[in-house]
Design a protein around this ligand. Structure first.
Ligand SMILES: *[C@@H]1O[C@H](CO)[C@@H](O)[C@H](O)[C@H]1NC(C)=O
Ligand SMILES: *[C@@H]1O[C@H](CO)[C@@H](O)[C@H](O)[C@H]1NC(C)=O
Ligand SMILES: *[C@@H]1O[C@H](CO)[C@@H](O)[C@H](O)[C@H]1NC(C)=O
Ligand SMILES: *[C@@H]1O[C@H](CO)[C@@H](O)[C@H](O)[C@H]1NC(C)=O
Ligand SMILES: *[C@@H]1O[C@H](CO)[C@@H](O)[C@H](O)[C@H]1NC(C)=O
Ligand SMILES: *[C@@H]1O[C@H](CO)[C@@H](O)[C@H](O)[C@H]1NC(C)=O
Length: 377
């Protein structure tokens, strides 16, 4: 019986593995990931079969000149990143990302405020992207603070795209891609006044925008939470709400590339026995400021014999052991989220960030789900 079952499972497994490649054409789309240049994960070990686009993260504009700063680290890492990826098969496209979570938003605000300063910034981005051999440029300004910033951002996108078109014509090279990481929802009130992204300019001038569908909750709150919840019945802080807000604002679904985190958030529970989503917490849990990478979570769960729960309300996982509580994405929620992205007709998905996965498990799951549907479960 055991042997028969094992045999049958093997047959089914082989069918599941073989069928998609025989019968179904893989879906096209964007399967992207950011590569943090400040971490030690080598670009040469990226499994490029799982991705279509890799971002170099990040460069910053000089606060006085608005030209991009190349640090001494970048001087070695930029050429190494490009040559490492060029040596890998299948090939991926590379984008130079500007900004990032630790950026000084005021510098961007000043840069976008005049035509001249925008042009200096744009020219610098083109010069550096071409010098090192990137396929595109990406802006991750976190975040435009008010309606003035947002209207200047629209002007930047327009001027940038026009410059990219002109440069392509003049150089005879394929145009550089233009993309932008944006807040999970198209309008927001946190970190500034009420404001909306320029959906018209995004639709017209960008190849795609990448809503950052994560960091919804954290240790600044006194309760546990799913920091990248797909759904939330009690609030608008969810990926479902955010993606719909972008589409409602007028950005075509095909131009949206949905963010997925390869990290979780931890808390310390007030009462070990009260341990669901929304349980009272007294502060941050393990990790760097309450942030644990997926591979650290898998290892910690095993080491502490943590209880792991799939929460089908938020479509997320959490684990707890003693008073430690961690909210994160795992195989099952990644599969459901990528299916959601496909069902919504999105252009693809991206991960923050390379080097945080465990043996490419989640990257693999996302890629398989995008291309073939991701199995029957
Ligand atoms: C951010 O940039 C502005 C403008 O250059 C500067 O005045 C401010 O001190 C900077 N803030 C930080 C925290 O570096
Ligand atoms: C930007 O580059 C274009 C094309 O090379 C050039 O004509 C223009 O003068 C440059 N502008 C600035 C502000 O550097
Ligand atoms: C969610 O957003 C909608 C508008 O998009 C608003 O009408 C509603 O009040 C919001 N709900 C909550 C709980 O904030
Ligand atoms: C969190 O704090 C707020 C006020 O600071 C309080 O009203 C709320 O009950 C607390 N929630 C939990 C779960 O302890
Ligand atoms: C791990 O936890 C389970 C229950 O969640 C328990 O049955 C088992 O004995 C524990 N194992 C160890 C090694 O603590
Ligand atoms: C969650 O699971 C319960 C029990 O299996 C089921 O009744 C419910 O419909 C599920 N909810 C969602 C949102 O999938």
């Amino acid at each position: 019986m055991a042997t028969l079952t094992t045999f049958m499972s093997s047959v089914i497994l082989i069918l599941v593995i073989l069928c998609p490649s025989i019968h179904a054409k893989p879906s096209k789309g964007i399967r992207a990931a950011y590569w943090p240049s400040f971490n030690s994960f080598p670009a040469s070990s990226i499994q490029t079969s799982l991705f279509t686009h890799i971002y170099y993260a990040f460069l910053l504009p000089d606060p006085a000149t608005f030209k991009l700063t190349i640090t001494s680290e970048d001087q070695t890492k930029l050429p190494d990143f490009i040559s490492s990826l060029r040596a890998l098969n299948p090939p991926v496209k590379t984008l130079l990302s500007i900004g990032g979570g630790g950026n000084n938003a005021t510098v961007f605000s000043e840069m976008v405020s005049t035509k001249q300063s925008r042009q200096v910034f744009i020219n610098s981005s083109i010069e550096i992207a071409r010098k090192y051999g990137f396929h595109g440029v990406d802006l991750d300004w976190e975040f435009p603070a008010d309606v003035v910033d947002m209207s200047n951002l629209a002007l930047l996108y327009k001027q940038w795209r026009q410059s990219l078109d002109q440069e392509a014509k003049a150089s005879g090279k394929p145009r550089l891609l233009l993309t932008s990481a944006v807040y999970y929802a198209s309008e927001f009130t946190v970190y500034g006044g009420p404001r909306s992204y320029p959906a018209g300019a995004i639709s017209k001038y960008l190849d795609w925008a990448s809503p950052m569908c994560f960091d919804y909750h954290g240790s600044w709150e006194n309760f546990t939470g799913a920091h990248a919840a797909l759904y939330d019945s009690k609030s608008n802080i969810s990926t479902d709400y955010g993606i719909r807000s972008w589409i409602q604002a007028g950005v075509p679904a095909k131009k949206l590339v949905m963010g997925l985190p390869l990290y979780g958030k931890s808390w310390t529970l007030r009462d070990q026995k009260v341990n669901g989503v929304g349980a009272a917490a007294v502060g941050v849990g393990p990790g760097d400021g309450g942030i644990l990478l997926y591979h650290q979570i898998v290892d910690l769960n095993a080491r502490t014999n943590a209880t792991v729960v799939f929460d089908n309300q938020t479509v997320s996982y959490y684990s707890y052991s003693g008073s430690t509580w961690i909210g994160y994405d795992d195989v099952g929620s990644v599969r459901l989220k990528v299916r959601f992205a496909k069902k919504m007709g999105l252009g693809g998905y991206f991960f923050w960030a390379l080097g945080q996965d465990k043996d490419w498990i989640l990257s693999h799951q996302a890629s398989d789900t995008w291309k073939y549907g991701g199995g029957s479960v």
